[in-house]
Design a protein around this ligand. Sequence first.
Ligand SMILES: [Zn+2]
Length: 255
Amino acid sequence: MLVDSHCHLDAPRFDADRDAVIARARAAGVTRQVVPAVTAASWSGLRDACRRAPGLYPAYGLHPMFMDAHEPADLERLARWLQTEQAVAVGECGLDFFVDGFDADAQSFYFDGQLRLARDLDLPLIIHARKAVDAAMAAIRRFAPLRGVVHSFSGSLDQARRLHDMGFLIGLGGPVTHERARRLRRVAAEVDIDSLLVETDAPDQPDAGIRGERNEPARLPYVVEAIARLRGMAPEALADATARNAERLFGLPPA
Ligand SMILES: [Zn+2]
């Protein structure tokens, strides 16, 4: 029984065959999925997608790669939305210093607002930090105590350990299946198992077996197998441990 801790099942790329994608995930043992939002306009569609299928759990937030879609009033909308709708986390939020022409101040405005909201509402966070792990950690520290996950983690083992001390897990997905990802694979092999979540980030970040294709949650077993092999443990044991970590962080009901 696997938990995909991060997949965008509400994405338009799944509109044509969403039910089949969910059915394939279930057949592959992926019984629960956390689905984070990207923009305010997506929240109601995401909620409806999660209502239609059991095992889908929504998170609501404002993603740093969609800055053009956000306006300051979205933070107040998010506060109201989170108080009236069921949500397992605030997110996806964070910092992305890789996108062309990024505006760090504007990203921080929305990120800080969502960190504050998570603290006030006592919700975990789903954080995107690309070329920005240190900056994200500094922001988390300013609003501590907080808890959550840095998804698609790309930092060092030392950063992963410091995040764990701050109440944050790391999410690993498709990139860890690529043999050239040496630093990431070392993190996967050596980090404390209590700080590990697995994810697909579907439709993005396909694993090495489906390079360049649309990713989907049914591919999660390949991520689990790659990490288990690196750690010298059975895939079933890793699936179990990461499912329990997800249950604990997001308050998911048992499968
Ligand atoms: Zn994402």
